[in-house]
Design a protein around this ligand. Sequence first.
Ligand code: DC
Length: 217
Amino acid sequence: MLNIALDGPSGSGKSTIAKALSSKLNILYLDTGAMYRACALKAHYLGVDCKNQEEVDKIVDDISVTVQYVDGAQRTFLDGEDVSTKIRENVISLKASAISAHMSIRKKLVELQREIASQTDCVLDGRDIGTNVLPNAKYKFYVTASLEVRTDRRYKELIEKGQTVEYDKLKEEIALRDYNDSHREFAPLKQAEDAIYVDTSNMSIDEVIAKILSYLE
Ligand code: DC
C-alpha cells in the first residue's frame, strides 16, 4: 500500500496539503485528528474531564468512531452521528489535545488508523503517523510553520466558518496545544528521523504541494 505520513503542529498546513495530495494522486485522505476530536466531543457531551485519566478510561469502550467517504471527502461519525462539523468548533481543539494524551484512547484510534492504512492507499495527517502509527510508511513529511503564521491561518479559517475567536487567546491556545502534544508521554509530536522537514511559513500552498510532489516523483 502507498502510505504517506504528514505530521506537524496545528495550523501547519497539513490538512490542506493532505487534501491536495489525495486528489492529485487519487488516494484516500485520512484525517486522524478528526478521530481524536470525535472522542473529545463524546467526553464533552458526557461532561467528562478530558484530562482525567480515570474518567476517560471509563468511557473509552463506549466510544464508537468511524469514518466514511462521501464524494472523496472524509465524514467522521461518533456513535453513528455525523459530527464532521461539530468537531471543528474551537472549544473541541484543546479537549482533543487533552484526551489524545491517554493511552486507552490512542490504542483504540491507532488500531483503526492502521487497519484503514493497510487496506487502502492513503495520505494520513496527524502528530504521530511517521513515528508511531506507520513507522514503515513509504513517504514521511514533517510540516511546520511559525506560531504567528499558524495562528493567522487558524484565525482566518475559524472566522470564515463564522466562529467567534479572539486572536491573542487563539495564539495562546495553539501554543498550549503544541506544548501538550509534544510533551505527552505516549507518541508525542516529533519529527520522525526519516521524515522530510518542510517549513511552510514563507511558502504558498501551491509551492508546498509542488515541493512535496517533487519528493514523491
Ligand atoms: O489535527 P487536529 O488539530 O485536528 O488534532 C486535534 C488533536 O488531536 C491534536 O491537538 C492532538 C491530537 N492528535 C494526536 O494526538 N495524534 C494524531 N495523529 C492526530 C491528532
